[in-house]
Design a protein around this ligand. Structure first.
Ligand SMILES: C[S@@+](CC[C@H](N)C(=O)[O-])C[C@H]1O[C@@H](n2cnc3c(N)ncnc32)[C@H](O)[C@@H]1O
Length: 326
């Protein structure tokens, strides 16, 4: 199969191929079995990876934007990011689902990554059943709570679940994973598998929109916007989710925006800074195509600038309800 080299693919927005891991013909339970007994369904062959930037491993697939490395270092960053977000929002969710989770419901975590949220929630709510989906296989295969199941699945494909299946759907940080043109149909397909009266919740970051940015912060904002627009991503999705949920027929919509100080104040500011820096280091091969000045030295100086300008990054969490059946 001919494959466009990554550096050429970077130059124009992605045109998606059908997913490598199309799971439309396999039932959810079949996939759970396969993911717990052997290599997860759809595990890409090693030729789908390219080693760049001092040994970091990047995905070279045609069916996902694949900007982040897929390696242990990135998984560690995502675990730390989970704790940063939990601290910023003072909890793992805002939707009014606590009581239902205690009693026992079906929960879906979309693009679960290494499954920090899924695993913690499964442990906290042992009567509920958690399904984690991700296009890569960074989720745990064997060591996981019994009420936690994982399947390889690309969010652009139809979901391997029946209509009205989940009471609660969680999705976090797909801003660099879905093309701008894919968000509405993704949300519509989520609404189909959500039970009437069930809740959906999304947490995203306003990537490329630092508040109180100094001169270096403006360069960082520019670089983030250049990256997302060149790849056909939607940098504004964090702020648009409320409207998009409404358009999809959802009700009782609430958004909470949390400005998080970068490299200032207490532990949260420090964690937010380290996460921000590590994101830009992870995206380095792509960011430097347009902004070569964004090296380690620049980032370190930008970290200091944040303290002077009181620079903040803004996280958004939006939840909404599927109308109850008449
Ligand atoms: C920044 S990580 C967030 C992981 C997790 N949601 C969290 O908050 O810790 C983004 C995840 O989205 C996944 N992803 C990106 N595009 C995807 C797609 N089209 N379908 C499924 N997963 C996707 C990536 O593999 C990655 O695990």
């Amino acid at each position: 199969m001919s494959r466009t080299p990554w550096f050429l693919r970077f130059l124009s927005p992605k045109k998606r191929k059908q997913s490598i891991s199309s799971s439309t013909t396999t039932s959810a339970s079949d996939q759970q079995r396969s993911s717990s007994t052997s290599l997860p369904y759809g595990t890409p062959p090693s030729s789908n990876y390219v080693i760049m930037d001092g040994g970091r491993r990047y995905n070279n697939r045609d069916d996902i934007p694949a900007l982040f490395p897929e390696d242990d270092e990135e998984n560690d960053r995502r675990h730390r990011q989970h704790w940063t977000l939990k601290l910023a929002f003072e909890g793992n969710f805002d939707a009014p689902v606590e009581e239902a989770l205690v009693e026992g419901i079906k929960v879906l975590d979309c693009a679960c990554g290494p499954a920090s949220w899924t695993m913690e929630m499964a442990k906290d709510y042992p009567r509920s059943e958690f399904e984690g989906l991700d296009v890569t296989t960074s989720f745990p295969n064997a060591i996981k709570p019994e009420n936690c199941h994982f399947t390889v699945h690309n969010m652009i494909d139809p979901f391997p679940f029946p209509a009205n299946h989940f009471e609660y759907i969680h999705q976090r940080l797909l801003v660099l994973g879905l093309l701008a043109s894919e968000w509405d149909s993704f949300i519509q397909r989520l609404v189909i598998i959500l039970k009437p009266g069930g809740w959906i919740e999304s947490t995203e970051v306003a990537f490329g929109e630092l508040e109180n940015a100094g001169p270096m912060g403006e360069v960082v904002n520019e670089a983030a916007n250049a990256l997302t627009s060149s790849r056909g991503l939607n940098v504004d999705i964090a702020k648009e989710l409320g409207d998009r949920f409404e358009k999809a027929g959802l009700v009782n919509i609430k958004t909470r925006a949390i400005p998080v100080p970068v490299n200032q104040g207490d532990k949260l500011g420090q964690l937010a800074w380290e996460n921000f820096r590590d994101i830009f280091l992870a995206l380095k091969p792509f960011v430097r195509q347009t902004h070569p000045q964004l090296d380690e030295e620049f980032l370190a100086a930008f970290g200091e600038e944040c303290k002077v300008y009181n620079t903040k990054t803004i996280w958004y969490r939006t939840y909404a309800q599927k109308p109850k059946a008449e």
